[in-house]
Design a protein. Structure first.
Length: 176
């Protein structure tokens, strides 16, 4: 996982979770549940959780509402990042980004390659920053969400991870 941990006090983040699915209800949402449970186990607070159809405009509405909410530090979405006709999460969120974090998708696909081989190229997982809110869009697979959480997000959302992490930037993100 790299990096080292400082003695700084843990900073819990306020996280919203969006599951993108035309067919899953709360009972079938294993990926959303994994992200919620993992974030809470790490000490973060879940401030919102929704399941939304894979529709660009419905997705943008939810992302936009959470981006505008100063109580949301981070949005995690799961689903809609493939290449089939209904997969539209990247199209929904890319126009909303102030800055794209290219390294997130690149690192996710690199780590995923070790698990699923070349099938990882079908993932359009992306990350970005908008209005001081981090957004990470993950595949719908529970295994992919676990990989992203355990190997990238868990350490990067912990202010104690060195030499740098996303959590330490949050107090400065809305400064202009």
């Amino acid at each position: 996982m790299g990096g080292h941990y400082s003695e700084q006090t843990f900073l819990p983040l306020k996280i919203a979770i969006l599951t993108v699915s035309d067919s899953r209800g709360e009972d079938q949402d294993t990926s959303g549940k994994l992200l919620k449970d993992s974030a809470e186990a790490a000490g973060h607070q879940i401030v919102a959780k929704e399941i939304v159809r894979d529709d660009v405009y419905q997705l943008r509405a939810v992302f936009s509402r959470w981006i505008a909410d100063p109580e949301v530090n981070l949005i995690l979405s799961t689903g809609g990042t493939g290449v089939t006709g209904r997969d539209s999460t990247p199209e929904a969120v890319l126009p909303l980004f102030d800055k794209q974090i290219e390294g997130f998708g690149e690192l996710f696909r690199q780590l995923s390659f070790a698990e699923i081989g070349t099938s990882t190229i079908q993932s359009r997982a992306i990350g970005g920053l908008t209005n001081g809110t981090f957004i990470f869009c993950l595949p719908g697979s529970t295994g992919a969400c676990r990989t992203a959480w355990e190997q990238i997000l868990l350490p990067q959302l912990d202010i104690r991870t060195g030499p740098c992490n996303f959590a330490q930037l949050i107090p400065r993100l809305r400064e202009h």
